[in-house]
Ligand binder design. Structure first.
Ligand code: A2P
Length: 309
């Protein structure tokens, strides 16, 4: 089974989780059921904003594996920064569970709760409609409160740069357990990863395969490393991150890929050597740096390599 990583609160997180962003409601339940029952996944990554948590919950229950054996993560959406427990309660009801293993602030961007759209309130100029004066420190206080209430076992953040983390850390009673980021060979964020390590915050990789129509799967160096070890490119991409102590969250609704992203990645972790890691580490610095996920937030998130506002 997948290795586990210890969080800063002593709890453990399975290092391979199934991603569910862009998994359609008609296909996600069976993918989740298959992942847990047939492959051995024990970690499912969800979010309120994905709009499919009801179906994810159905898949988890259909697997027959006890809730207590499965690590479930979800995320607070921007329109709920002022009312964290409300978003969490909706997620719990949709998933059909009474607690989460991990709850994350999805983006460090509070959105107007009374805007023109429940998920993406938008201003006339096309930019997202943010919640004026709201302070992230207060969102984090509410995250701490739902943890203390026992509704979630760990709390963390997502899409937080060092700058954004420094906005909440000075007043945080509880240090975030994880920071979930776009991480892959073309966007390795080496500096941010070492910062997180220094703070005891575990990095998690979303879009570890480069999201849809990914050029990573056909990258010449990735394919070469894969061929040499009789692995698939996806195994190499995921094993590379795992080898760095990064939790990987590959998304798939295709049974063969759901399976190989688990078993192949574990195999890759054993096979990849220091020279492979060095080759892969060098891709972004060698000119291939690329982000695939850059929503139009009208605030500076403080990331390197973020397109200009
Ligand atoms: P699908 O869900 O149709 O199988 P990421 O995790 O980086 O967001 O990538 C998800 C995308 O990559 C989805 O389009 C998914 O397609 C596809 N994918 C997932 N696993 C693999 C794999 N092992 N090989 C090729 N494509 C994959």
């Amino acid at each position: 089974s997948a290795p586990k990583i210890k969080l800063n609160n002593g709890l453990e997180i399975p290092a391979i989780g199934l991603g569910t962003w862009q998994s359609k409601t008609g296909e996600v339940a069976s993918a989740v059921e298959y992942a847990i029952k047939e492959v051995g996944y024990r970690h499912i990554d969800c979010a309120w904003a994905y709009g499919n948590e009801k179906e994810v919950g159905e898949g988890i229950r259909a697997s027959g594996v006890p809730r207590s054996d499965i690590f479930i993560t979800s995320k607070l959406w921007g329109t709920y920064h002022t009312r964290v427990e409300e978003c969490l309660d909706e997620t719990l009801a949709n998933l059909g569970t009474d607690y989460l293993d991990l709850y994350l602030i999805h983006w460090p961007v509070p959105l107007n709760p009374k805007g023109n759209h429940p998920v993406f309130p938008t201003l006339p100029d096309g930019k997202r409609d943010v919640a004026g004066e709201w302070d992230l420190k207060d969102t984090w206080k509410q995250m701490e409160a739902v943890l203390k209430k026992g509704k979630v076992r760990s709390i963390g953040v997502s899409n937080f740069s060092e700058v954004k983390l420094e906005e909440i850390l000075p007043t945080a009673e509880i240090i975030p357990a994880v920071n979930q980021l776009e991480l892959h060979v073309y966007n390795p964020q080496h500096k941010l990863i070492s910062y997180l390590k220094s703070k005891g915050i575990v990095p998690q990789a979303y879009s570890p395969l480069g999201s849809t129509n990914s050029p990573l799967l056909t990258d010449e160096s990735v394919v070469q490393v894969a061929t040499r070890h009789a692995l698939q490119p996806a195994d190499v991409l995921l094993g590379y991150l795992l080898a760095k102590g990064i939790v990987v969250l590959p998304k798939s609704v295709t049974p063969a890929r759901v399976a190989s992203n688990y078993t192949g990645t574990i195999a890759a972790l054993e096979k990849l050597d220091a020279s492979d890691i060095k080759t892969l580490d060098g891709l972004a610095a060698g000119g291939k740096q690329k982000r695939f996920i850059t929503p139009p937030w009208p605030v500076d998130l403080g990331f390197e390599n973020w397109p200009k506002l």
